[in-house]
Design a protein. Structure first.
Length: 238
């Protein structure tokens, strides 16, 4: 049973959101977490359910290709809506594969891209110019079409955060995928509660203006899901 605590915002009755932090190729943990969500819904049914993945599906872990495939095929969670957001690691991968910037491939490789390529069966000796042809088109289209943010009532879901003091409709793609400071140090009211990952911590962080759920699954920590309903929140971890 999930321990429910006071949340910094309130959803309408009957609405529930499950949001999962940075996965980084940890397929086993993701599958387990989806099973835990399914069990929670069986124990505590809800009228309207949204499942959000906050990005960084690839890099560093061993199963990036398998995580992408799992998400494309649709996790077996009885949610009314599944939202997959882009992380900065997906952006790095797409830039490296596109080859528009000569430094993009090496930048991606040193940030976990080599592990991702191996998960797609692409060895270290394969030149960057050949990567796109060796990657499944369906996977590339999925990554390309990922959204950068998703709003549900008083919550805004993004990978990294937002630029404080900038209207929500003026936020840049770069900030939503990459920002740390000044967002992490901001205590101002953003007009919504930001639910994000990107900056790993040992435990989830709940503040009046943000909820952080990257708990370093690929670094030996847990893969974390925040559960939001009415004026409460709880956590599932695998």
């Amino acid at each position: 049973m999930i321990e429910l605590l006071a949340a910094p915002a309130t959803l309408p009755p009957g609405q529930r959101i499950y949001a999962i932090g940075d996965i980084h190729g940890c397929l086993d943990r993701l599958v387990t977490l989806h099973e835990m969500i399914t069990e929670d819904l069986a124990d505590r049914p809800s009228g309207n359910v949204t499942l959000v993945h906050l990005g960084d599906y690839v890099d560093r872990g061993t199963d990036s290709a398998q995580v992408v495939d799992w998400l494309i095929n649709g996790p077996p969670v009885p949610a009314d809506e599944v939202v997959n957001l882009m992380g900065n690691h997906e952006q790095m991968m797409l830039a490296a594969v596109a080859g528009a910037d000569k430094d993009a491939p090496s930048h991606w490789l040193v940030n976990g891209g080599a592990d991702s390529l191996l998960s797609w069966g692409i060895g270290r000796t394969v030149p960057p110019a050949d990567w796109a042809a060796r990657l499944p088109l369906q996977h590339l289209v999925f990554l390309r079409d990922l959204a950068t943010n998703h709003r549900v009532g008083p919550y805004l879901f993004v990978h990294a955060g937002i630029q404080p003091g900038v209207p929500l409709d003026k936020q840049t793609r770069h900030d939503m995928l990459w920002i740390r400071d000044p967002f992490l140090n901001s205590r101002e009211d953003h007009g919504v509660v930001i639910v994000h990952g990107h900056t790993p911590k040992r435990e989830p962080i709940v503040l009046p203006n943000r909820i952080a759920i990257d708990t370093g699954a690929v670094l030996g920590g847990a893969l974390t899901c925040v559960v939001l309903e009415e004026d409460k929140l709880g956590f599932l971890q695998s």
